[in-house]
Write a protein of this length. Structure first.
Lengths: 94, 463
């Protein structure tokens, strides 16, 4: 039972170190799009929200799941769309 | 089937990682963002194949509503309002984690199932971090949107209350984890206390410190997603959450360093509450030299190197496009224009760069503090527009100043300094600025937009 937890902790720790290496390479100029883009990635909770909303485990799960899907999806779509909007401003003009 | 799903999640995680890697240069950043988005699409698509899902209508409805609202937000938000937008999105992420954790708990309570210890711990953490992120972000949003005052709101004993609440949450969570059956009252208590804790943690933090808070809440939203990953045992959530968590922590650290403050000081120091600015030297007896747009235009017209120091006042006045026009005029006359960007020039990390990029300022003219500070000595004019604390020499010289030790832009070392300012009101931190009284400084009072417009037209006339 705890093996699964430990496995998750290993993945979490390694991913954190990877994240630090990756983020340190992002130039200051792109820190705002980085935040909104990272924000969109954290919208991955939408996967969990979908599983809850569609599980058919009674109305509480369905209602909470629906709300979770809405919130996470706003995070995903809002995050990616606004990041795209910002990054397009940084494209070198001819 | 399950193996395919798992592998697809792995591909999604790889997309997120390569997407972030591509953010290391503005040239590849757009493709990186799209790659990351494609990974998200894949993750969502394979989730629909999961056998645990029996009904799709609720999911589809939720995706449609959330997607439409998200798109509308992203399209309509002004670039100056980006910090609020990110705060709001952080809050949504936290809220989603809270709801998923809550739903999983209530389901087990309903069917009388016993949660394993690791799932139980993960649910408690999901609730706590998700709830704190949700309400904390909403308060940050309200402060940035100026729905409530940007000043720290605090009362004596607040930290004791917060500490007690945190301990209560930990105790209730531990009790829940140790109890085999799922109990409703500790669950509701943990949710409620965590929601209140989020509010009380952000209320005492001043508006000037919001960049740190947003970065930190960004980190929390990632960790909340990772905890949700532990609840539903999904590695892609854990990986993505950890990536976002580390990003937020790095950015908060950069912001803290730029303000020469510790994270603890930002979170618990209630900085900026005292408008008189501690023991800062009084400006009485000092006089400023006023100048006119005509004189400044002549100075700029013959300058070899002009360094523009933009501050948030520039963005508030919506004058970025005029700065760009002014720079075009100077460049047309053979001068060079650089932009010196202090890390806390905007209201969030990198905010000023976005605002200038929106005005079509090429990003290779935007320089970080360390890259540009050596150039001020040979600059003919340092043009300070709407910036204040980030060019205050007291940070270098006056140990009594609240901003002493904060790294600043060396605008005072330029051969001449022109400050565009609405009035002599002190800046956000409420501290007098010696630079304005310096021997090489002249002040051009007025609305930044109007001043810049007259500078542009004057400069066009300089022969």
């Amino acid at each position: 039972m705890l093996e699964i937890l430990i496995g998750g902790v290993v993945v979490f720790t390694l991913a954190t170190f990877l994240g630090v290496e990756l983020i340190n390479r992002v130039p200051t100029t792109l820190h705002t799009p980085l935040m909104s883009g990272a924000n969109a990635i954290s919208g991955i909770t939408v996967v969990g929200a979908m599983l809850v909303a569609g599980s058919g485990h009674g109305w509480i799960s369905t209602v909470l799941g629906f709300m979770a899907v809405v919130l996470a999806m706003m995070n995903v779509v809002g995050g990616y769309a606004v990041t795209e909007r910002m990054l397009n401003m940084f494209r070198r003009k001819p | 089937m399950s193996a395919v799903v798992q592998l697809c999640y792995l591909v999604a995680a790889v997309c997120f990682i390569s997407g972030l890697k591509r953010l290391s240069s503005p040239a590849t950043a757009v493709s990186g963002n799209r790659l990351s988005g494609a990974g998200m699409l894949l993750a969502m698509a394979v989730t629909l194949l999961d056998r645990a899902i029996v009904s799709f209508d609720v999911i589809v409805a939720g995706l449609a509503v959330g997607g439409a609202l998200g798109l509308w937000l992203a399209r309509s938000v002004k670039m100056t309002a980006m910090p609020q937008m990110v705060a709001l999105l952080n809050g949504f992420g936290g809220g989603a984690s809270l709801l998923v954790g809550g739903a999983e708990f209530l389901r087990s309570e309903l069917v009388g199932a016993t949660l394993t210890i690791d799932t139980s711990i993960a649910i408690q953490l999901s609730l706590l971090i998700g709830a704190v992120t949700l309400t904390g972000s909403l308060v940050a949003f309200a402060k940035l949107q100026e729905l409530i005052t940007g000043r720290p709101i605090t009362f004596s004993g607040l930290q004791v209350v917060n500490g007690a609440m945190f301990l209560a949450i930990v105790a209730l969570s531990a009790y829940q984890v140790a109890t085999p059956e799922s109990l409703l009252w500790p669950f509701y208590a943990v949710c409620l206390l965590s929601l209140i804790l989020g509010v009380l943690l952000v209320l005492p933090i001043g508006g000037a410190d919001m960049p740190v808070v947003i970065s930190l809440l960004n980190s929390y939203s990632g960790i909340a997603a990772a905890m949700t990953g532990f609840v539903i045992r999904n590695d892609v959530l854990i990986i993505s959450g950890a990536l976002v968590g580390s990003s937020g922590i790095i950015l908060s650290r950069i912001m803290c360093r730029a303000m020469n403050r510790s994270l603890t000081n930002v979170l618990f120091g209630a900085f900026g509450g005292d408008a008189t600015g501690g023991t800062a030297r009084s400006a009485e007896g000092l006089t400023v030299r006023r100048t006119t747009a005509e004189d400044v235009a002549i100075q700029l017209g013959y300058a070899q190197l002009v360094i523009v120091v933009p501050g948030y006042g520039l963005a508030v006045a919506q004058a970025q496009h005029l700065v760009r026009e002014l720079a075009d005029q100077i460049e047309k006359r053979g001068g060079e224009v650089k932009y010196a960007i202090h890390p806390v020039a905007g209201r969030m990390p990198g905010h000023m760069n976005v605002l200038l990029a929106e005005a079509n300022v090429p990003y290779d003219k935007l320089f970080d503090m360390d890259a540009v500070n050596g150039d001020f000595e040979r600059a003919d004019v340092a043009l300070v527009i709407g910036a204040n604390d980030v060019v205050n020499p007291a940070a270098r010289t006056d140990p009594g100043s609240p901003i002493f030790g904060m790294p600043i832009l060396n605008a005072d070392q330029a051969r001449s300094v022109v400050v565009l300012k609405r009035s002599m009101n002190p800046g956000f931190a409420g501290i007098e600025n010696e630079l304005f009284y310096g021997p090489r400084t002249t002040m051009l009072f007025g609305d930044a937009k109007a001043s810049l417009a007259s500078l542009v037209s004057e400069l066009k006339q300089v022969g």
